[in-house]
Ligand binder design. Structure first.
Ligand code: IMP
Length: 428
């Protein structure tokens, strides 16, 4: 039996989809524990590309059981569309998908409130994915959220909607001056979803703990990344959940003593979508080169990702707050053509050098990265699957990252496909 948590070490989009897909081969259960359909995992199988937002990518492999844990927020329309899309492509979604009855539901008023509030914030907007994620978690914390079990019970759904819609309409109509929602319409829409979701819903904590008792392998896949975590990220420019490894326990109902490994997915450079500080951002031709070569466009919103050099402070911080037992370094091949590659080892701000990630936004926004330079390798590493075959300078780059972060490297990815991977240490 083994349990492994996969988390992003940067601002999301580290290439977790491919690593999760790879490790899924040895897992019996694959669990999403936080976030919602703001995430987008791209998995390439043969010539076919799948983009999954809510359902763990394990669904693509026959015989695997996929769980959407209590820490996830679910937009039923998005989930059912994803299920239908998979079925159209011949992928079975039946008794291989389990949804926690305790997961919270994204309602249409959550999306509307988020849209208006982002508009109102102007230049201070978070740059969210517009999926209603923040307001849904806000309602959860305010203890007025609607869970999967609540939409399965028509009486409770009506009771909760009566209170919530009245309050939300007050904000929408009086504060933002837009149209509110009609109770009966929302009720009808969501009871319709409930009819289709009922078969998937249950107590997934019981299911997972039974699986542990039976000695099964469980893979927990984090969405977003450490610096988008609501507690540990670059607050307030974060998502509203715990993307870090601790979230795997609270978001699934499996105790911390059951977790064996935490693998941090680390892109060989850095990207970020949405607003917020990004100390190593490159607003020049090198940034554009990384965006083009790395196909750095959001899997969910299609937005161009901001690109920059590898940031040691951000990644070492991630190693600490997640407790990485190993790293999976992705997209090494994107750096192939560069003459010189830089690594940020410190932040310089008002005459002071920071060697640990600061929490003050003004430092993160105003600092200059302290960069060290590594000579590029200028040959293709694309598709290499043996460490010995990497060019010397690429090995030096990996070694330098390993030393600076202080964590062993488990996996190096050199392309989108499953076989374009170097496995240095077996995870399961
Ligand atoms: P929200 O999660 O839609 O509330 O967005 C909050 C912030 O997290 C924004 O900067 C988004 O761009 C970012 N974000 C949310 N999900 C992802 C993701 O899966 N990858 C990268 N960034 C994300």
């Amino acid at each position: 039996m083994s349990t492994v948590v996969i988390t992003g070490a940067q601002w999301g989009d580290e290439g977790k989809g491919k690593i999760v897909d790879l490790l899924t081969e040895d897992a019996d259960y694959i669990v999403r524990y936080q976030g919602g359909h703001n995430a987008g995992h791209t998995v390439v199988i043969g010539d076919e590309e799948f983009i999954l937002h809510l359902i763990p990518s394990g669904i693509l492999r026959p015989g695997k059981k996929c769980v959407i844990g209590n820490g996830v927020v679910i937009d039923p329309h998005a989930l059912l569309t994803e299920i239908d899309g998979l079925r159209e492509k011949g992928i079975e979604v039946k008794d291989n998908l389990f949804i926690s009855g305790r997961a919270h539901i994204i309602m249409p008023y959550h999306r509307a409130i988020e849209k208006e509030s982002e508009k109102q914030k102007g230049s201070l907007r978070i740059g969210t994915t517009g999926r209603g994620i923040g307001p849904t978690y806000a309602d959860k914390m305010a203890r007025v959220g609607i869970r999967v079990v609540d939409i399965l019970d028509e009486e409770i759904l009506m009771e909760k909607l009566m209170i919530n819609i009245q309050e939300m309409n007050y904000f929408l109509e009086r504060l933002y001056g837009v149209k509110g929602f009609v109770l009966d319409e929302v009720y009808k829409e969501y009871t319709g979803y409930a009819a289709r979701l009922r078969d998937f819903a249950g107590d997934t904590s019981v299911l997972l703990n039974q699986a542990l008792a039976e000695g099964k392998n469980i893979l927990f896949e984090g969405a977003q990344g450490t610096h988008l975590d609501v507690d540990h990220g670059t607050y307030p420019y974060v998502t509203s959940s715990n993307a870090t490894a601790g979230g795997a326990c609270t978001g699934s109902g499996v105790g911390p003593t059951e977790i064996n490994k935490v693998v941090g997915v680390v892109k060989a450079y850095t990207t970020r979508v949405g607003s917020g500080p990004f100390p190593t951002e490159l607003k020049d031709a090198t940034g554009e080169f990384l965006r083009d070569k790395g196909r750095e466009y959001g899997a969910t919103t299609g937005r161009p990702r901001r690109c920059g050099w590898f940031d040691v402070l951000a990644t070492r911080y991630a190693a600490r707050v997640n407790g990485f037992t190993g790293m999976a370094i992705t997209k090494l091949d994107v750096l192939d053509d560069l003459d010189e590659i830089k690594i940020c080892t410190g932040y310089s701000f008002e005459g002071k050098i920071y060697s640990e990630m600061p929490s003050e936004l003004k430092v993160l926004e105003g600092c200059e990265p302290v960069l060290e330079s590594i000579e590029g390798w200028k040959v293709s590493t694309s598709g290499i699957s043996k460490y010995e075959e990497l060019p010397l300078n690429a090995k030096k780059y990996i070694e330098r990252i390993k030393d600076l972060i202080g964590v062993e490297v488990d996996i190096i990815s050199t392309g989108f496909r499953r076989d374009e991977t170097i496995i240095l240490r077996k995870i399961f």
